[in-house]
Design a protein around this ligand. Structure first.
Ligand SMILES: [Zn+2]
Length: 426
C-alpha cells in the first residue's frame, strides 16, 4: 500500500526524496554550528553563520526569489504557492547544535541496511548502540542508519529538520500541483534558548507554523512544559573566621540548606516522568558573603506550575525565618508556556499535521515534550506551531543517530502538509 518499490520506505514520495535528504544531511552535519552558552554575540558562534550562508545560497540556486540572511543569522525565503487564497505555512528548523557534547569535526557514518547487531562507533569503542536497550533502534532493523564516529554529536538535532525542509522545497519547486505558499525559516541558537529572540513574526508573515525538530517516526508534539527560571540570591555577613562566633552568617551554608530542603523523592527531574513537573536546582555558586542558586520550575499544567513555584518560595521564606540576618532575594522569570493552550484554539493546525503524517503512510504518535521548543514561543506570540518528527534520536549525545528512511518520511510529510494547506482555503 505504501507504493514504494523499497518496502523500507513509508511511501513512494519518501523513497524519492531520500537520496537528496541524505546528501544534504551529510553535508550540513560537517559544518560546526555548535551554540555557545553565555556568549556575548548573536548568534553565539560563527559556524552557525557558515551554515546559514550555505542554505541561503542553496535556496537561491533552487530559484527562490526573496532569500534573505538577516543580521542575526536567520535565513528566510518564500516558496510561492500555486493556489489563490491558501494560507501561508511557515516551516522552521534550527541550524545550531547543542553544547552538551563535542560538536566540531563531525564525521558521519552511514550504516547501510543495518542488520540489527550492536553498532560500535568507530571513533570510541566504548560507545555502542544496542537495540536491546533502545526500542526505537530495534524498530529500524534494515534501515540505513547515520551516526557520528562516537566522539561528537551527530547534529540530527536539528540538521535532519533542515535537510528535510530543503529536500521538500527542492521537490516542490519542480511541481506545479496545488500547494500553499511556504515561508522557510532557519533559526540560530535554539539550543541555548534564544532561537526566536530576534525573529520578527510580522516579517515571517505566516498564518500557521511547523517546527521540524522532533524525533522518532510519526511523532507529533503539541505540548511543552510551562516554565519559570528562578534565581535565589543570599547575602550573608562576613567576619574573620577566627572571631566569627555568633556573628558570621555564611551564604554558602544557607545556599546548601536551601538545596537540601527540596524534596528528593518527588518534584525532581531524577524521579519524575510524563506529566510530572519539577523544581530543579541547576547551578549553585558563591562565597560566604554572597551565594546564588538557580532553579528551573516546570510543569505541563499551569496550576501545578504555580504550586511548584509556591513550594520553592515557601522554602525560601523558611530560610529567611531560620536566619533573619541574611538577605535573601528571589528573581522569577517566566520562560515559556505550554503551547497546547494556543493549539487548542487552532485545531486545524494539528489536524493538518495528523493528516499529512497519515498520507505518507505513518500513524501519528502524540508525544509530550518535557522541555520547551521554539514552537512554544512562536505559539505564544500568535503563530500556532506544533513540532514534527525528523527521524533523529538520542539528541545531545555522542550516540545520536538517525534513520534515512525516517528522515525521508519527515521530508515527505512536509511536502504533503503544503499540499494539504493548498486545498484548505479560508
Ligand atoms: Zn532541536
Amino acid at each position: 500500500m505504501s507504493g514504494a518499490s523499497d518496502p523500507r520506505y513509508a511511501c513512494r514520495l519518501a523513497e524519492e526524496l531520500a537520496p537528496d535528504v541524505l546528501e544534504r544531511f551529510l553535508r550540513y552535519v560537517r559544518i560546526d554550528t555548535q551554540a555557545e552558552l553565555d556568549a556575548t554575540t548573536y548568534p553565539s558562534s560563527q559556524g552557525q553563520l557558515d551554515l546559514s550562508r550555505l542554505l541561503a545560497d542553496e535556496l537561491r540556486t533552487l530559484g527562490l526569489a526573496d532569500v534573505e540572511l538577516t543580521e542575526h543569522g536567520y535565513v528566510l525565503a518564500t516558496l510561492p504557492g500555486t493556489v489563490a487564497g491558501a494560507r501561508t505555512v511557515a516551516l522552521f528548523a534550527h541550524v545550531d547544535t547543542a553544547p552538551d557534547a563535542p560538536g566540531a569535526d563531525v564525521r558521519p557514518h552511514v550504516h547501510e541496511r543495518w542488520d540489527g547487531a550492536p553498532i560500535t562507533l568507530p571513533g570510541d569503542p566504548a560507545q555502542v548502540l544496542d537495540s536491546a536497550a533502545l526500542p526505537e533502534l530495534a524498530d529500524c532493523v534494515g534501515h540505513d542508519l547515520v551516526t557520528s564516529d562516537g566522539t561528537t554529536l551527530l547534529g540530527a538535532d536539528d540538521k535532519a529538520g533542515v535537510a528535510e525542509i530543503m529536500a521538500a522545497v527542492a521537490h516542490l519547486v519542480a511541481d506545479d500541483g496545488p500547494r500553499a505558499p511556504a515561508r522557510i525559516v532557519f533559526t540560530v541558537d535554539e539550543e541555548v534558548g534564544a532561537g526566536t529572540a530576534h525573529l520578527d513574526l510580522e516579517h515571517v508573515a505566516a498564518d500557521v507554523g511547523y517546527t521540524l525538530d522532533g524525533s522518532g517516526r510519526g511523532e507529533l508534539e503539541v505540548e511543552t512544559f510551562s516554565a519559570y527560571a528562578v534565581k535565589v540570591t543570599i547575602r550573608g555577613v562576613v567576619v574573620h573566621p577566627g572571631s566569627a562566633k555568633g556573628r558570621m552568617v555564611s551564604a554558602v551554608r544557607l545556599a546548601a540548606d536551601l538545596v537540601a530542603s527540596l524534596p528528593r523523592d518527588r518534584l525532581a527531574p531524577e524521579v519524575t516522568e510524563g506529566r510530572e513537573g519539577f523544581v530543579h536546582p541547576t547551578r549553585i555558586a558563591g562565597q560566604v558573603a554572597e551565594a546564588a542558586v538557580w532553579f528551573l520550575v516546570r510543569d505541563h499544567d499551569e496550576a501545578r506550575l504555580q504550586e511548584h513555584l509556591a513550594t520553592l518560595t515557601a522554602l525560601v521564606d523558611e530560610l529567611r525565618e531560620q536566619e533573619p540576618r541574611a538577605r535573601v532575594d528571589v528573581r522569577v522569570e517566566r520562560q515559556y508556556t505550554n503551547m497546547r493552550h494556543v493549539l487548542d484554539r487552532h485545531p486545524e493546525v494539528v489536524d493538518a499535521a495528523v493528516e499529512a503524517i497519515r498520507r505518507v503512510g505513518l500513524e501519528p504518535r502524540f508525544e509530550l515534550i518535557r522541555g520547551g521548543t521554539d514552537g512554544a514561543r512562536l505559539s505564544e506570540r500568535g503563530l500556532p506551531t506544533p513540532n514534527l518528527f525528523t527521524g533523529g534520536r538520542l539528541y545531545h549525545s555522542v550516540r545520536e543517530w538517525a534513520s534515512v528512511q525516517d528522515m525521508a518520511a519527515a521530508a515527505a510529510t512536509v511536502v504533503e502538509l503544503l499540499r494539504l494547506w493548498g486545498v484548505r482555503t479560508g
